[in-house]
Unconditional design. Sequence first.
Length: 209
Amino acid sequence: MRYTTCLLTLFCFSFCFSFCLASPLVAKPPHAHSKTKHSEKEGETKPHPVFSHQMKSLANKEIDFSKYRGKVLIIVNTASKCGATPQYANLQSLHKKYSKKGLVILGFPCNQFGKQEPGSSDQITHFCKKNYGVQFQMFSKIDVKGKKQAPLYKYLTSKAAFSKDAGGVRWNFEKFLVSKEGKVVARFRTSINPESPKVIKAIEAELKK
């Protein structure tokens, strides 16, 4: 009886030891599933950061930025009660002159600088049309800096987007020039008029590409 018990004990020990040695060879690592997902998506084309956004227009319409692929963009934060507000007229002039050639201007009202854009969407729309005849695409009010910074502006102000002049937006009417491929190719501060020779030159150079 004692001999039989010893044999059973030895058998159980041998079986458990063998199973423990074999287990690491057959068990899947915990990250195997995520690797498979990654490999399945390796061949997919990822949307560019600029074209991957969907944002609300002043008319509360969802705008998919993928529609702007292949267009040259000017992305600008705007305000109705700023010393630079007359730049609306310059931007509208650019829209009128170059929109049929592939230039798209995207305006983003922002109330973060001197609280100079306090109006509602309807008030901003009325102001822009009445005073400057704005026809280019305007969007709902956003934050271009801080904790609630819009993802689009988080990208535009990053080193990944434009290492030559990265950093936060300093004031109203800062203008980002974006290529047909979605790359930031120039950044013009508030003091630079949208119709200045350097801006026109940069726009025309991108339109020719």
